[in-house]
Design a protein around this ligand. Sequence first.
Ligand code: NG6
Ligand code: CA
Length: 511
Amino acid sequence: MKSAVVISLGASLLASCSGNRQNRETAKLPDKPNVIFLIADDIGYGDLSCNGSTTIHTPNVERLAERGVRFTDAHSVAATSTPSRYSLFTGHYAWRRDDTGIAAGDAGMVIRPEQPTVADLFKECGYTTGAIGKWHLGLGDKTGSQDWNGFITPGPADIGFDYSYLMAATADRVPCVFVENQRIVNLDPEDPVAVSYKEPFPGEPLGKDHPELLTKLKPSPNHGHDMAIVNGISRIGYMKGGKRALWEDENIADSITCKAVRFIEEHKSEPFFLYVGTNDVHVPRWPHPRFVGKSGMGPRGDALLQFDWTVGEIMAALEKAGIAENTLIVMSSDNGPVVDDGYADRAVELLGDHKPWGPFRGGKYSIFEAGTRIPMIVSWPARVKPGVSDALVSQVDLYASLASLLGKSLPEGAAPDSQDHLAAFLGEDPKGRDYVIEVAGALSVSDGEWKYIAPSEDAAYQKLTNIELGNSREEQLYNLRQDIGERNNQAAEHPEIVRRLKEVLEAEKAR
Ligand code: NG6
Ligand code: CA
């Protein structure tokens, strides 16, 4: 339940939303666009042909880019999923809390019911809201205490989503089931689900002891994806039961896409806000047979094509429903790319010349640019003039910017780190933010030209994934205009720039 303060503010805000409609009508702006956040998982800047890749062809994303604004300097707040999505939904920097790291499959809700979200914003403005696909923000009250066989509460409905159809965490974490409106889909009451991240269930075979049962994918050495076996793939965590409800990995993209298309069809006559989190291209990558072998890069490349297909299906559904013109799509990714993230899917050896990270250094998990400089396209045919924007934008600002679009002032305490950069997101302001702040172990701050990375004791390199994490005990300063690959640390040469950016960071931390 939302607090009374938020509810009463919500009522007055509704009034302001409809008041604003008058203004927008006067200005001949399209009325209440539908809004879709289409968030890929682990897709890097260089993974899309619209961003210059010649090694992969993603034609549907290209089409979306051609009808929208494609950003070259867009950022997620963090280099992994949970903190990145947390900030996207709440407009609050994940690094302000110490419990927003990669969530376990049985984590309790990271966003608590009393915390305002971007979904609340839309709901208060009369939108129907939905969340479909990858969640990774916890379900239920406390870690490990969910009633998986009943109504899992609190859940997305308590943070603004009218409808939800979700994977609780990641495809490599149990429970391997979809949860629709806070109940496991297709659950046989005679075969209840049990989940544990503490100890195995006696009698349930584990990947580490039964490699012969891993008929689809085996874990990479030392990555630890060797516990519960579901569909011939071992996962992180222990699970038993729920046989009828288990997802099949090759159908995950179809399930998510179908639910998204159905949501669009069912709500085409009213304004809606839809979050779609794809499982592609997170591990384990096991795309549908119709994509297998199509990229020449193995499952990772094929999963990219599957993602592109999802984008195409969503665009087609909007067109069929006659609402493509007035639907604002934000397509982006939660964090940068990783090649081997725990399964022996030959992603490294089949990569060839493909550079998922584009021109940037690092990758997922990294405070270097590739960790958080993510692909982003904003398309809204009724309003947005197609083009390419170098504005400095951050996903944390979508909340306040969309509030501005809807003419709604935010309630006290809502989205405290979110700034209104609507003009930048619509391609009308070429500058965007004064600076972006990111987290991946260390914190960094960049004004688009200079980037400062604060010293950190964390490891500089992640052997498992072969990713440079960017951590150093020394201060780092890079000139992104001249040195996009962050090779030349200029902290010693430019103490005054270091000081200036450090002050920005310290001031933000103190806020
Ligand atoms: C890591 C997993 C990785 C992936 C990641 C979350 C290991 C060794 N690696 O801990 O496979 O699941 O968590 O990815 O367990 S994210 O994109 O959802 O943040
Ligand atoms: Ca991710």
